[in-house]
Design a protein around this ligand. Structure first.
Ligand code: LLP
Length: 420
């Protein structure tokens, strides 16, 4: 067979059946990852919790899969929360994040009894208290702390440095103010702290550094307020394999070290070890997805470059133009042919920066060939747009070699739905 097989399906046949561009996701792969979370983290370490960071990829069907597998979910907007509500996701397993949650979003969260709200700054406490007291509810909160680390990843996906829009900066004044405010609030129960230091991290060092800082903080607030930290949420950020420059590490590469460091710190200070939460997003879905495109215009600029254009691009995958992200690609209908042509894969937007892959070796490319871009499962569909009024592709989920549409392809009518 000369075609790329993905999750047991012939990708060229799927391109014919559903059209392109097309997102393909493997449910088996996602479930494998969720099982690795259970085996390698939840069952291995007592008093732990795992939530999937749904910003990486969320649809109703994805929320159903996560629910069925018994993992929690992290949401960061009213829209993500609404999606979880629509599939009856167990609300105690929902963690609500965001650096600027609106009153309405907080109301939706509190009305639905979400398990934890991660407070990003002091004023949010007043909003939560106001809503919770009106509704006669107790809101459970964690504080997001910005541990002041400089992380080795793209500037736009670093989040733990001092100069960050996320979290409460780690100064005595800001932390004390926030804690005192929470302690005064009658309808708020403080559970603990959260940090998330960045994304696509290839080593565990930054997590370890952050944990040392957090354990100091836990000890400080115990000494100062007699406050017991019952939960420590260590965020996500585990890197995946996009191209041969990156190696995917097993979950335990990160989580074993995280647990060990927390145990060690708690022992030193004689603290009871809090419940430990992890929030992987990309690691769960990134490599579960590929995107299929059809090759269109081929433009050879002699001695400069050959541009090969596809029928999608920046609207379905903004990561190359946004972060300079690098992807691997293959010609799905010529999978075993020798790669002897150097080309650049261009998207179809009116934008010079709409390049999916610079300088890739492929077999001789012809109009009508199917290009598969690999590891597009995270932050592609979820970050897609309708730029240039290009409808979003369909999402097809594959399980046991059987394909099913989980998100329909958008139509031109969909694009006009809210136009007056
Ligand atoms: N928890 C929190 C609070 C987060 O902010 C994030 C990601 C995660 C967990 C999950 O991180 P992950 O395990 O997926 O690395 N759009 C960017 C990534 C932004 C990540 C934002 N926060 C990209 O395409 O690379």
């Amino acid at each position: 067979m000369d075609n790329l097989i993905f999750a047991g399906c012939d990708t060229v046949e799927l391109a014919k059946k559903y059209g392109t561009p097309l997102y393909l996701m493997s449910e088996d792969f996602i479930v494998d990852r969720l099982n690795e979370i259970k085996k390698g983290f939840l069952n291995k370490h007592q008093n732990t919790m795992a939530v999937y960071a749904s910003k990486a990829f969320l649809t109703k069907e994805m929320a159903r899969i996560v629910k069925r597998e018994g993992i929690g979910i992290d949401v960061v907007s009213g829209g993500e929360l609404y999606t979880a509500i629509q599939v009856d996701f167990p609300m105690e397993k929902v963690i609500f994040h965001g650096n600027n949650k609106t009153y309405e979003e907080l109301e939706l969260a509190i009305d639905n009894d979400v398990g934890r709200i991660v407070v990003d700054h002091g004023e949010e406490i007043d909003m939560i208290e106001d809503i919770a007291s009106k509704k006669n509810k107790i809101a459970h909160i964690l504080f997001r702390i910005s541990p002041g680390l400089n992380i080795h990843t793209h500037k736009y996906i670093q989040t733990g440095q001092v100069d960050s829009k996320f979290g409460i900066p780690l100064t005595e004044k800001t932390i004390n103010e926030a804690i005192e405010r929470a302690l005064r609030a009658k309808n708020i129960e403080f559970l603990g702290f959260h940090f998330h230091i960045g994304s696509q991290l290839s080593d565990n060092e930054n997590h370890i550094q952050a944990i040392r800082i957090m354990v100091d903080l836990i000890n400080d607030v115990k000494n100062r307020y007699g406050l017991i930290t019952r939960e420590l949420n260590t965020g996500g950020g585990y890197g995946i394999h996009y191209s041969d420059q990156e190696e995917r590490k097993p979950l335990s590469y990160f989580t074993d070290e995280i647990m060990q460091e927390i145990e060690k710190g708690c022992k030193e200070y004689q603290l009871e070890r809090p419940l430990v939460i992890i929030e992987p997003g990309r690691w769960v879905v990134g490599e579960s997805g590929i995107t299929l495109y059809t090759i269109g215009a081929i433009k050879e600029i002699p001695e400069i470059r050959t541009y090969v254009s596809v029928d999608g691009g920046m609207p379905d995958n903004p990561r190359p133009s946004l972060y300079g992200a690098k992807y691997e690609g293959v010609l799905a209908n010529k999978i075993s042919e020798e790669r002897k042509q150097l080309v650049t894969i261009a998207g179809k937007c009116c934008e010079s920066g709409d390049i999916l892959i610079w300088d890739i070796m492929l077999p001789k490319v012809e109009k009508g060939d199917i290009l598969a871009v690999l590891s597009t499962g995270a932050y592609n569909y979820s970050m897609s747009s309708n730029y240039n009024r290009i409808p979003r592709p369909a999402v097809v989920m594959i399980k046991d070699g059987k394909d099913r549409v989980i998100v329909k392809r958008e139509t031109y009518e969909d694009l006009l739905r809210n136009d007056i």
